[in-house]
Design a binder for this molecule. Structure first.
Ligand SMILES: Cc1cc2nc3c(=O)[nH]c(=O)nc-3n(C[C@H](O)[C@H](O)[C@H](O)COP(=O)(O)O)c2cc1C
Length: 141
């Protein structure tokens, strides 16, 4: 059975709702799946997973959240070269620039992004939650 994980940060719950839908999609596709906040994740823990979904909203000025998520991600990304991964997150008023920058960072670090990232404006609607379940299912393949 494939071992998958969801690692997320969420300030007001929007990305957390997406994370739970990703987890559902992983389990529905038959994978073993665990949910971690960014504070609970480190390289040693993530090394044990076949595929990982990372979720973080647009914060700062089109950036990853800077006190918990970005330091965690910067610390683990070097150890994830070749690992299957996918990204998701909620934004507010921007045009998704933070996600494009994040995808580029992942590619430069050698992560294998297996599907299109899922973004949504503020709280995820039914379509966004379904896209998150699908993303989870892709990682479980
Ligand atoms: C401090 C702060 C900075 C933000 N910066 C951006 C931004 O640069 N671009 C954007 O589109 N939304 C920005 N937002 C909006 C959040 O991305 C949006 O509200 C999102 O739904 C929050 O997700 P969460 O509920 O998972 O925390 C910002 C919100 C806060 C509180």
């Amino acid at each position: 059975m494939k071992k998958t994980a969801v690692v997320f940060w969420s300030g007001t719950g929007n990305t957390e709702s997406m994370a739970n839908a990703v987890l559902e999609g992983m389990k529905a596709a038959g994978a073993e799946a665990e949910l971690f906040t960014s504070e609970q994740a480190d390289s040693a823990k993530l090394a044990g997973f076949d595929a990982i979904a990372f979720g973080c909203p647009a914060m700062g000025a089109e950036e990853l959240e800077e006190t918990e998520f970005a330091p965690m991600f910067d610390a683990v990304k070097g150890s994830l070269s070749g690992k299957d991964a996918a990204l998701f997150g909620s934004y507010g008023w921007g045009d998704g620039e933070w996600m494009r920058t994040w995808e580029e960072d992942c590619k430069n670090s050698g992560l294998n992004l297996v599907c299109q990232s899922v973004t949504c404006c503020e709280a995820p609607d039914d379509d966004a939650l379904e896209a998150c379940r699908k993303l989870g299912g892709e990682l479980a393949k």
